[in-house]
Write a protein that binds this ligand. Structure first.
Ligand code: PEP
Length: 251
């Protein structure tokens, strides 16, 4: 079980990132599940200092697929490792929608993340229109297949997939637990087809989209929901810790 906070473009200044990291460390105590926070790039150094020795991992929200070069404004995987990042979120729907990231981009980034020993948290999920048209599984299957086909994972702990239905992100309207479970089971089958039972059967699949302390337990209790990717509820230590506690209740 992994509970990961996606801070998006919040708490980006070093003092803000340090304060929230410290508050998360205090609030989660000695967690019985895996916990991670993903600040903006400019908060990574301060967050890394604040998390030093604590049972909370660090992650980033994006990276470039190349190791270095003339890519103004971009950040390579190697630099994230230098801050002790364990995770990197890839293909978040906001990056797909606002910055034109494609499934192929996500595939290249995921390959580079693995090369640099980062664990990619690969985000997939359908829009409301795609769900209403009955295309949700087709969209998610395409995203998973393109991003992860042929990826040399080897060990299931080297990859995390996050199912984030776009209509549930930041809306306060989470998917129903059974609805989320149905898609998670479908993603699980797809991963097993791609990577075999031993890897595909054990990769953590997180749910993301308005997960809060009050609805987390019902979602996390589903058999194929192995954790949460948390947006707004990760911006306060107490609410984030409430979701961590829900994860502890069901493991
Ligand atoms: C997210 O953007 O990854 C997310 C899950 O956001 P929220 O929890 O705010 O819906």
């Amino acid at each position: 079980m992994l509970i990961a906070g996606n801070w998006k473009m919040h708490k980006a200044a070093p003092d803000e990132a340090r304060a929230l990291s410290e508050s998360v460390v205090d609030a989660v105590g000695a967690p019985e599940v895996q916990v991670a926070v993903c600040p903006p790039f400019t908060g990574l150094a301060a967050a890394a200092e604040a998390l030093d020795g604590a049972p909370v991992h660090l992650g980033a929200q994006n990276m470039h697929a190349e190791g270095e070069g003339a890519f103004t404004g971009e950040v390579p995987a190697g630099a994230l490792r230098a801050y002790d990042c364990r995770y990197v979120i890839l293909g978040h729907s906001e990056r797909r929608a606002y910055y034109g990231e494609t499934d192929d981009d996500v595939a290249e980034k995921a390959r580079q993340a693995l090369r640099r020993e980062l664990v990619p948290i690969v985000c997939v999920g359908e829009s409301l229109e795609e769900r209403r048209d009955g295309r949700a599984q087709d969209v998610v299957a395409r995203q998973v297949q393109t991003a992860l086909d042929g990826l040399p994972i080897g060990d299931p702990s080297r990859l995390v997939v996050a199912y984030e239905p776009i209509w549930a992100i930041g809306t306060g309207e989470s998917a129903e637990p059974e609805q989320a479970q149905e898609m998670h089971a479908f993603i699980r089958e797809t991963l097993i087809e791609q990577h075999g039972e031993s890897v595909g059967g054990a990769v953590q699949i997180l749910y993301g989209g308005s997960m809060k302390p009050h609805n987390a337990e019902a979602l996390l209790a589903q058999p194929d929901i192995n954790g949460g990717l948390i947006g707004s509820a990760s911006l306060e230590g107490e609410s984030f810790a409430g979701i961590v506690e829900a994860g502890e209740q069901v493991t």
